[in-house]
Design a protein around this ligand. Structure first.
Ligand code: CU
Length: 274
């Protein structure tokens, strides 16, 4: 029974995993957006069969050549060095394989690149070592730090839980503006098929449309220093009503003006100290 379960898991890895990485995971996390579904399809039904076929074919050729052309059977070695037909074939066939792969690959790439009119815009700013978030249209700004292992509540995943999570509505286009304030970071969320570099002095953009509710985890994906592994990303996908409820709370808790007021206060205190 256990063996059967193991075989099933090996055969269908991407369909079983939820929104966070699991021990001994094979394959992708479960897709939660059209664009990740396209990526999973491209990997499972295009790349994997092609890679398997090429590997099996090359293995067959190597074994065949070892047996058929072994020295005991061919005491006098052949001096053949050219075969026009084979040379044309082994140039053309890989070209055709590349063209066949390129068509769906570019389709996925362009669908990710063209951002539809956004319902929600989020700005993610990478810092050493946490993420800052801004909802520019809502006047919300906050910081999102990882929760240390000793402070985790039961059920909260290690190295993935943050203090302030992002909330987005389900089935809505979320545009993410991504930048950094010190070094290169990357904002990545596997279930949405999203990964973009956060570059200081430059704004990259991407988008996703989550097709189900839940909590989704990602991590910084650009080696950015000693605590690179400790700046996770948590996105709560909720219904429109819950999102609006959160907005009301967040506008009070994370109001941008308050933040500026706090900054003014800090500056005033610092000046007084001088
Ligand atoms: Cu980083």
């Amino acid at each position: 029974m256990n063996k059967l379960a193991a075989i099933i898991i090996l055969l269908f890895p991407s369909s079983l995993w939820a929104e966070q990485p699991k021990d001994w995971q094979l394959g992708f996390q479960k897709a939660a957006s059209k664009s990740m579904e396209d990526i999973v399809w491209f990997h499972d039904y295009m790349l994997l069969p092609i890679i398997t076929a090429i590997t099996a074919f090359v293995l067959f050729l190597v074994i065949y050549a070892c047996i058929r052309f072994r020295s005991s059977r061919n005491p006098i070695a052949s001096k053949t060095s050219h075969n026009t037909l084979i040379e044309i074939a082994w140039t053309l066939v890989p070209c055709l394989i590349l063209i066949v792969m390129a068509v769906p690959s570019f389709k996925v790439l362009y669908s990710q690149d063209e951002i539809p009119p956004a319902d929600v815009t989020i700005k993610a700013i990478g810092y050493q070592w946490y993420w800052g978030y801004e909802y520019p249209d809502e006047n919300i700004i906050f910081e999102s730090y990882m929760i240390e292992e000793k402070d985790l509540l039961p059920g909260q995943p290690r190295l993935l839980t943050v203090d302030n999570e992002i909330f987005v509505p389900v089935d809505k286009v979320v545009k993410v503006l991504i930048t950094a304030n010190d070094v290169l970071h990357a904002w990545a969320l596997p279930s949405f098929g999203v990964k973009r570099d956060a570059v200081p002095g430059r704004i990259n953009e991407t988008w996703f449309k989550a097709d189900r509710t839940g909590t989704f985890y990602g991590q910084c994906s650009e080696l950015c220093g000693i605590k690179h592994a400790f700046m996770p990303i948590t996105v709560n996908v909720v219904s429109q009503e819950e999102y609006e409820k959160w907005l009301i709370e967040a506008k009070q808790k994370f109001a941008k003006d308050n933040n500026n007021k706090n900054m003014k206060l800090v500056k005033k205190i610092l000046e007084e100290r001088k």
